[in-house]
Design a protein around this ligand. Sequence first.
Ligand SMILES: [Zn+2]
Length: 215
Amino acid sequence: MSHLVRMSFADPSTPQKVLRDISLGVDLTTVPFIGTASDAGLAFDFTFPEPAVKDSVGPLPLALDMWSPTNAFDTSPLRQGCECYTCKNHHRAYLQHLLNAKEMLAWTLLQIHNHHVMDQFFAAARRSISDGTFSQNVDTFERTYASEFPEQTGQGPRVRGYQAKSEYGTPKRNPKVYGRLDDHAEKLMEAESGVATPDTGADGLQAHGFARKSQ
Ligand SMILES: [Zn+2]
């Protein structure tokens, strides 16, 4: 069985945990933290095993919080030198504006960037394995970056219907809305029954002078 591809559903929460799974022999893995980080307004900011230029001391953050007010007037890309669609076409201030305006595009652009960073991460890990420097590079990555993603400070996207199903016995996140129509239908029926309707035919209306029959 050792020649078969090994897939993991271990639900890693950070790139460090992905690296640990790879070192244990995992070939394919789910990466749910891309979606959760994008929803939280976080733009990934890591390179495996370390950034080309490192100009600060101490562990670097794994991501930048796009909700931070420091981005309000910042016209630089989410990440310097990033080749993704978001970074090549938009800047941090625009992304922050979209987040504040609760535009779905904000989270879409974040997903594009975050997927791109993960693609680069896996490409670098594959190169590192073929170069025989993987475990050394993992040590460097762990020394370089913080062990967790920054805390979410802003709100996520609006909860949509298909996301709002209850999971593992938790209550539904969105109240049922279509029941309201029953109430509206009832009110409409009441209103309609109050509208004056003639209780006579065309001859009766003509006799009372309300209308004239056409010939
Ligand atoms: Zn980018």
